[in-house]
Design a protein around this ligand. Structure first.
Ligand SMILES: [Zn+2]
Length: 428
């Protein structure tokens, strides 16, 4: 049952991103926000029923205004709920000690040799119960919601064995059911080479293909199949083999590509028809051009470079070359322990050269395209889910200008008010 209708009126700007559901926005279209000034939205039965000027909608719904919850959005702006298309939501434990070690001069390799890095999270996640993973994920989802995020993708990949990968995917499913945020699952069995397969990563890829993929498909545990293609992790050949195998099980390819050095990951994404290639810090010009041609979305994770104090991906160049760009937190315990999509948007402007308008497109409709949800979410249009974000700023440029702040006032998820005055007000 849905609560009563909601009438949001007098928003300084309603950022609709109208007409963007068919394909991801690229080049100058990324700046086309389709803004309604003094805008209004009528929400009912979990859906957006109408958008327009406040005066027009007030007249249209005049006879029903009394039954609706009225939100006066004067001085504020309304956006589609933010979409995070790349997270490692489900994991156990925390690694602030490594952060401290890094700032005391330790290198990545020192940390790895001390049993840290991804292997630390893997061992903590292996030990955690499914219920513990659900509880940790719910806390992070609350944090996402308070930052205006209404849908997240979530990857497995801290198991590197079937029992743990399975447990992570089940935990993601449970978190999706228990929390207002929609959680879209991705299988990432090939996130790292497990210690047991250090000498023979090919055998691990075969294990993932022969034993894990069929079970993921049979139990319908994921929609996407992801791999970490990077020198010293998995090669482009191994990545191609796994992603092609996943396609046969109906899993759409995604790829962690060209993060640390150029490795033709972007090129591979275009070749296998991946829905997105993610990270891309060292993607080649040729790779970008191939992605643009095939419409592969570049999911950029500015928080990861920021947190590791590395150079950011060349977001400006990708957009200029026609790659549809999306943004994400990469929420994970090692390289980006944050849930703040707004801060990722700030960083995209300051470190990657995106404009404030492009950052909004990248965090809404293009992000929705990157997880195959653009028909339902990512823009404010009649018939779409009522996932809406009301921000306490008078225009969209201020969202990026007053950086590092959470401007969230109200969040509506599936037609229900879940954040009010910046605080959670939903039951779970
Ligand atoms: Zn990742």
């Amino acid at each position: 049952m849905y609560p009563k209708p909601i009438f949001i009126k007098h928003a300084n700007q309603v950022i609709t991103l109208k007409g963007s559901s068919q394909q991801p926005l690229a080049r100058e279209k990324m700046s086309d926000l389709h803004i309604i000034e003094d805008g209004a939205v009528w929400v009912e039965d979990g859906l957006i029923k109408a958008t327009g000027k406040t005066a027009d909608l007030a007249a249209q719904y005049q006879s029903r205004l009394e039954e609706a919850e009225i939100i006066d959005a004067s001085g504020k702006i309304l956006l589609p709920g933010l979409v995070d298309p790349h997270t490692h939501l489900v994991y156990a434990g925390s690694r602030e000690e490594e952060f401290n070690m890094r700032l005391n001069g330790a290198t990545y390799m020192d940390i790895m040799n001390n049993g840290g890095g991804i292997h630390a999270t893997t061992s903590m996640t292996r030990k955690a119960s499914e219920e513990e993973l659900v509880q940790e994920s719910l806390i992070r989802l609350d944090c996402f919601l308070k930052h205006g995020v209404t849908t997240v993708e979530a990857k497995s990949g801290y198991g590197l064995d079937w029992d743990t990968e399975h447990k992570q995917l089940l935990a993601a499913k449970k978190a999706d059911k228990l929390h207002p945020i929609d959680v879209v699952p991705t299988f990432m069995g090939a996130h790292a080479v497990p210690a047991e397969y250090k000498e023979n990563p090919d055998a691990f890829i075969d294990l993932v293909i022969e034993e894990m993929l069929p079970k993921v498909a049979e139990e319908k545990l994921a929609e996407f199949n992801d791999i970490f293609c990077e020198r010293g992790v998995f090669t482009p050949e191994q990545s191609r083999k796994l992603l092609e195998a996943g396609k046969k099980f109906g899993l759409t390819p995604k790829i962690h590509a060209d993060e640390i050095e150029p490795y033709e990951g972007a090129e591979l994404a275009a070749e296998v028809g991946a829905i997105s290639a993610d990270h891309l810090l060292r993607a080649s010009d040729n790779g970008m051009e191939m992605m643009a041609e095939k419409g592969v979305i570049g999911v950029l994770l500015p928080g990861t470079a920021f947190f590791l104090m590395a150079e950011a991906a060349r977001g400006r160049r990708m957009i200029d070359k026609g790659v549809p760009v999306a943004l994400s937190t990469d929420c994970n315990p090692g390289s980006s322990p944050t849930c703040s999509m707004p801060f990722m948007m700030n960083l995209a402007c300051m470190h990657m050269g995106l404009t404030p308008a492009e950052a909004i497109t990248a965090a809404t409709i293009n992000a929705a395209h990157a997880i195959n949800r653009a028909k339902e979410i990512g823009s404010i249009e009649q018939g779409k889910k009522a996932d809406l974000l009301l921000l306490n700023v008078p225009n969209y440029m201020q969202m990026q200008y007053h950086y590092g702040m959470n401007h969230t006032d109200t969040v509506i998820k599936n037609g229900e008010i879940v954040v009010k005055g910046g605080s959670l007000c939903c039951q779970r």
